[in-house]
Design a protein. Structure first.
Length: 234
């Protein structure tokens, strides 16, 4: 993915928004766990299943509220702008300059695993067609417009009520792999390093070289060897 697009992501998904989303979603996960544990009276298996459903719905509500506070707008009528593609989840649109970014919440079964495909996400990733390298000899291919980005959450499979990893990711239009994936720590570190824009690294003084008495012979390295719904079931 180009440096220009990475800079755009960090400008739109600024530090304040990211940190507020992180805090809110972790809090909702704990709340869902405690609510089911203390109030449901269900067996362990049923409680786990219900907790998964409640956790995603509660995080979804918090996600929408935080995005609105930071200037995001819910897609009007549940339709992706300039298309006839409908979505059934709270996708939030942010605009920066002449470009737009649509942010959706998604649960991962485990870190770095592409979320389950559903109608809304399939519609969303269709916007990312232009992000995959391809030949466009006549210039008639799709032009830059909105991109679809996922705010990804993986629950902690060892500790109930906890989140193992939260990340920012872009899935390709074929819904088969990530074009971009960074944990929140990586994403925020990139923002601080770049100062909000992408620039060349500062030059470092050349290291002082010393020669060994008996140089070793160089050894080359080895070659590296369904339906539109998140149930949240465990």
């Amino acid at each position: 993915m180009s440096d220009e697009l990475k800079a755009f992501l960090r400008q739109v998904l600024n530090k304040g928004l990211i940190l507020d989303l992180d805090d809110r979603l972790r809090a909702e996960a704990i709340k869902a766990f405690e609510m089911i544990r203390d109030r449901s009276g269900l067996s362990k298996k049923r409680a786990r299943e219900l907790e998964g459903q409640a956790r995603f719905r509660m995080m979804e509500e918090g996600f929408e509220a935080v995005c609105k506070l930071h200037g995001g707008s819910l897609l009007d009528g549940g339709v992706i702008p300039m298309t006839q593609l409908k979505v059934f989840q709270p996708f939030m649109r942010f605009e920066h300059g002449c470009r737009g970014l649509i942010l959706g919440l998604a649960a991962m079964a485990e870190p770095r695993k592409v979320p389950t495909k559903n109608l809304s996400r399939t519609a969303g990733v269709s916007l990312n067609y232009q992000l995959s390298p391809r030949l466009d000899l006549d210039g008639a291919g799709p032009k830059h417009g909105d991109i679809f980005v996922m705010f990804l959450v993986a629950r902690d499979r060892e500790k109930s009520g906890k989140i193992e990893e939260i990340a920012v990711g872009i899935v390709n239009s074929g819904y088969s792999e990530f074009l971009f994936y960074e944990t929140l720590d990586q994403f925020l570190a990139g923002s601080e390093d770049a100062g909000g824009v992408t620039s060349a690294p500062a030059e470092q003084p050349a290291p002082k070289l010393t020669l060994k008495r008996t140089p070793k012979r160089f050894t080359p390295p080895e070659a590296p060897p369904k339906k539109d719904d998140d149930t949240g079931t465990e």
